[in-house]
Design a protein around this ligand. Structure first.
Ligand SMILES: *Cc1c(COP(=O)(O)O)cnc(C)c1O
Length: 422
């Protein structure tokens, strides 16, 4: 591969074109492994950023795409519809919490967050309350890289402080303190309650990642906290936007992380694992109340419609991915991965360089005391046949659910060896 051309001409995520870190040439992927050009296989402990939950070269997904290509890869969604979109949206309505009944198909996670925010603003505009145009978000939250989404990210850990002057100034509550297995006391929610009480008149919605804060800190928090946020939204008549782009489709041990708390949001965003890691597709679902509120308003319609909305190829493979997930023992698999991660990563607690080790569902996190040298750690893991992408102090894994015990051991052994020696 022409890696010189790549270095000089192609942006990678959060990359420099002056002094880019190495990128590794990948030739193919199969099962839980991605294969370097030189033939070496690496266990993908990242599931290509939470997306490839069945692994790679999955016959059911490839067959669904092949069959759809023979019919049509794409047609516009304005004024037209098709079976793949209908099948997928039926499934999404069926498997997400009950009050979510209306589906907007978007082309990436960040765009679905834009759509969710726009839904909330348009809803209040329709009620004659256009002054309700601010969000209450959480510190350590991450919601994407586009401008509306950036404005809801943690202003520090969200990676977007450079643009602070150009973003809508929303309100931020402290990151949830109670851990996953802890109750949430009045004190733990006091600041969020105060913010809501003080700014109720201008708040449209609370936006959060339920239970698992991803890219902004890899933190797991109490379902009790989430229940209390839902109750406050009801009390003060705010919409709740749950961003399950990372947690959706079983990653946290429940099909959707909201289920840990038994709550339902007014608006839900999905992405990442939606197509089983094959194509870009996302969705924003909302309740009847939100949809009808929007459509009874001044505009009479919801004001959004991307060119590739409802792409049939992506919808077809998303349907196949959901079918495959639900047909298999995903709960047992995710529970077994959680068990393994707890046990196998525990020895790292004894290392002075390690601040915390935690696991929830098929997510394992090692939080170091100091930021790690990503290139060095990555190189050492690759020598042990493992692919991870550490981020600051966080070295974490969310492997495909289908990973075999032996491969999972290779993955965690490599983490323990490499991180235990830092
Ligand atoms: C990844 C992510 C996004 C952004 O999705 P993209 O497809 O990268 O635009 C938004 N919210 C959460 C919680 C995410 O993990």
């Amino acid at each position: 591969m022409d890696l010189d051309f790549d270095r000089n001409h192609i942006w990678h995520p959060y990359s420099s074109l002056i002094d880019p870190p190495p990128v590794y040439p990948i030739a193919r992927a199969e099962g839980v492994r991605i294969y370097l050009e030189d033939g070496r296989g690496l266990i993908d402990g990242m599931s290509s950023w939470w997306s490839a939950l069945h692994g790679y070269k999955v016959p059911e997904l490839n067959d669904a795409m092949r069959a759809q290509i023979e019919k049509m890869s794409h047609v516009m969604f304005g004024g037209l519809t098709h079976q793949p979109a209908i099948d997928l949206c039926k499934k999404l309505v069926e498997i997400t919490p009950a009050p979510l009944t209306r589906v907007f198909l978007a082309d990436s996670g960040s765009v679905s967050v834009e759509v969710a925010i726009k839904m909330a603003l348009q809803y209040w505009h329709s009620q004659g309350r256009s002054e309700k145009d601010k969000l209450l978000a959480l510190r350590n939250g991450y919601h994407g890289d586009t401008f509306g989404a950036m404005a809801a990210c943690d202003p520090v850990t969200g990676m977007h402080h450079l643009f602070a002057g150009h973003l809508t100034q929303h309100f931020f509550a402290p990151a949830p303190r109670p851990k996953f297995d802890q109750p949430c006391g009045d004190a733990d929610i006091a600041e969020l309650r105060q913010l809501i009480e003080a700014h109720q008149a201008e708040l449209a919605a609370v936006i959060l990642e339920p239970i698992v804060q991803g890219a902004g800190g890899m933190r797991f928090y109490s379902p009790d906290y989430l229940r209390r946020v839902r109750a406050l939204c009801d009390e003060y008549d705010l919409l709740l936007i749950a961003d399950e782009i990372a947690t959706g489709f079983g990653r946290s041990g429940r099909l959707f992380a909201c289920e840990h708390a038994g709550i339902s949001p007014d608006i839900l965003t999905l992405g990442k694992a939606l197509t089983g890691g094959t194509m870009t597709l996302a969705a924003a679902l909302c309740t009847d109340r939100v949809a009808e509120g929007i459509c009874r308003g001044e505009a009479g319609v919801f004001m959004h419609g991307p060119t590739f909305m409802g792409n049939p190829l992506a919808c077809a493979v998303a349907s196949a991915s959901i079918d495959l997930l639900l047909a298999g023992p995903w709960q047992q698999r995710v529970a077994a991965i959680e068990n393994h991660l707890h046990k196998a990563l525990a020895p790292l607690r004894d290392s002075n360089a390690v601040a915390d080790v935690r696991a929830l569902g098929a997510i394992g996190v090692v939080e170091m005391r100091e930021p790690v040298n990503m290139m060095q750690v990555q190189q050492a893991l690759i020598e042990r046949g493992v692919w991870l992408r550490p981020f600051g102090k966080l070295v974490y894994t969310m492997p495909p659910y289908v990973i075999a015990e032996q491969d999972l051991s290779q993955l965690t052994d490599a983490m323990v060896e490499v991180l235990g020696n830092l």
